[in-house]
Design a protein around this ligand. Structure first.
Ligand SMILES: Cc1cc2nc3c(=O)[nH]c(=O)nc-3n(C[C@H](O)[C@H](O)[C@H](O)COP(=O)(O)OP(=O)(O)OC[C@H]3O[C@@H](n4cnc5c(N)ncnc54)[C@H](O)[C@@H]3O)c2cc1C
Length: 382
């Protein structure tokens, strides 16, 4: 049985200095009109803001200096990300590259991939998308059917990826692809590839979401050529890599702060003298937030030590996304408001946008049912 351990981490003093630095950066940005705090911080794409984050050393902070990183700790990166999210900064353009793709390249990419791509990521000029889901395989990721066949100097890929966030504005994708026919061991024969989205052989078509926005896409590969040095790690060992990548994807503060703006704004609307019901709900949310933060920082510590806390990350994502989905449900009853659609600053619009985005929180990055299945297996229950 998996033993869940969420050991507390002590935030070193340097981390608190960095927190002040990031807060000052955000305040400066807001004051000079660099950005207006966004409700969907890590889903808001702003290439200019990403470039300014790169200039300040806020992207790829833990990576080696030789690839443009800062060689800072995972806890320092953690504090930077939570300040960006709490401040409503539009970090969406570089989010995926910073959170997971860059780590994958550092760990499994060829030397050419590291040298060419990582410095562009850290300077805030290169953005990534995630090519995991397919029309017939989302939860059951090992069932991917997009295929690569070996050709002279590399591989040719054909197939379809779906729900690919930001593929229409990213430069690259890391795609999970079948390189050998499915065998009894269903996790064998999969490989991750770095896909340059500017090359021929790919078409990207929009899929509009619940509130009519264009965040994700269908991506079709037609004999798309990838050179050998854009293959990640050993051919056929993609399953281990993709599950390790998901530990980065599932455990950070982005998995419980998606509706933080609504929580803060609701507390402001309710004011300093909440009635008993409002006080109970606010107290409960703040206590859950503190616990989630402790679990999530503990995972940041495990990732620093090179561990793969896959089940712990599933637990944080399940509890965290349930938390962020509950916030609009509770406050729409506490503050009777008719949600409306629009980009303005009103509480009704903030509520409207949050209500329409919320169903996706428990789907993206792995659904609740899948995560709970993993946790149950971890507990020895199945
Ligand atoms: C906002 C958003 C952004 C996304 N961005 C990306 C992206 O950038 N890249 C990417 O690759 N994907 C992305 N996705 C896709 C996401 O990862 C998949 O939607 C998700 O993994 C579920 O896969 P599916 O849609 O194929 O649903 P299915 O796998 O068909 O599942 C349908 C339902 O059945 C349940 N189910 C399935 N299998 C089981 C089982 N074994 N036991 C119990 N219940 C089960 C699921 O929980 C779900 O409720 C995004 C999704 C959203 C909502």
């Amino acid at each position: 049985m998996h033993e869940f351990k969420f050991e507390p981490v002590q935030m070193p003093a340097a981390v608190e200095d960095l927190r002040k630095e990031v807060r000052a950066f955000i305040a400066e940005e807001v004051a000079r009109g660099g950005f207006t705090p966004k409700r969907n911080s890590w889903s808001s794409f702003d290439a200019d803001f990403s470039r300014r984050c790169g200039e300040r050393g806020f992207i790829g902070m833990t990576w080696p200096k030789q690839y443009g990183g800062q060689e800072r700790t995972a806890l320092e990166r953690y504090v930077m990300t939570e300040e960006m999210l709490a401040g409503g900064a539009p970090v969406g353009a570089h989010w995926v590259a910073d959170r997971q793709s860059g780590h994958q390249i550092l760990r499994y990419g060829s030397e050419r991939a590291r040298r060419e791509i990582l410095p562009k990521i850290t300077s805030g000029q290169c953005f990534f998308s995630i090519g995991m889901s397919e029309p017939d395989s989302g939860s059951d990721l090992a069932a991917v059917r997009t295929r690569a066949t070996q050709v002279d100097g590399g591989w040719k890929i054909s197939g379809t990826k779906v729900w690919t966030s930001s593929a229409h504005r990213a430069h690259y994708m890391i795609a999970l692809v079948r390189t050998a026919p499915k065998e009894e061991e269903r996790h064998a024969g999969l490989t991750q590839f770095i896909i340059d989205l500017s090359q021929p052989g790919i078409s990207v078509r929009p899929i509009y979401n619940l509130y009519g926005g264009h965040d994700f896409n269908e991506v079709v590969f037609d004999e798309y050529f990838v050179p050998n040095d854009m293959v990640m790690g050993e051919v056929g060992s993609g399953w281990k890599m993709v599950t390790g990548e998901l530990a980065f994807e599932r455990s950070g503060p982005d998995r419980f702060l998606s509706t933080y703006q609504l929580l803060a704004e609701s507390m402001r609307v309710i004011g300093p003298e909440p009635d008993d019901r409002a006080a109970n709900e606010i107290g409960r949310f703040v206590a859950h937030l503190a616990t989630l933060r402790r679990m999530s920082t503990s995972i940041a510590g495990m990732l620093t030590r090179g561990e793969q806390p896959i089940v712990e990350a599933a637990l944080v994502k399940d509890i965290g996304t349930t938390f962020e989905r509950e916030i609009p449900e509770v406050f729409r009853h506490l503050i009777p408001t008719e949600p409306t659609l629009g980009d303005g600053d009103s509480y009704a619009e903030l509520l409207g946008m949050t209500v329409l985005r919320a169903p996706g929180f428990t789907i993206r990055g792995g659904t609740r049912e899948i995560l709970r299945g993993m946790i149950a297996r971890g507990l020895g229950l199945r």
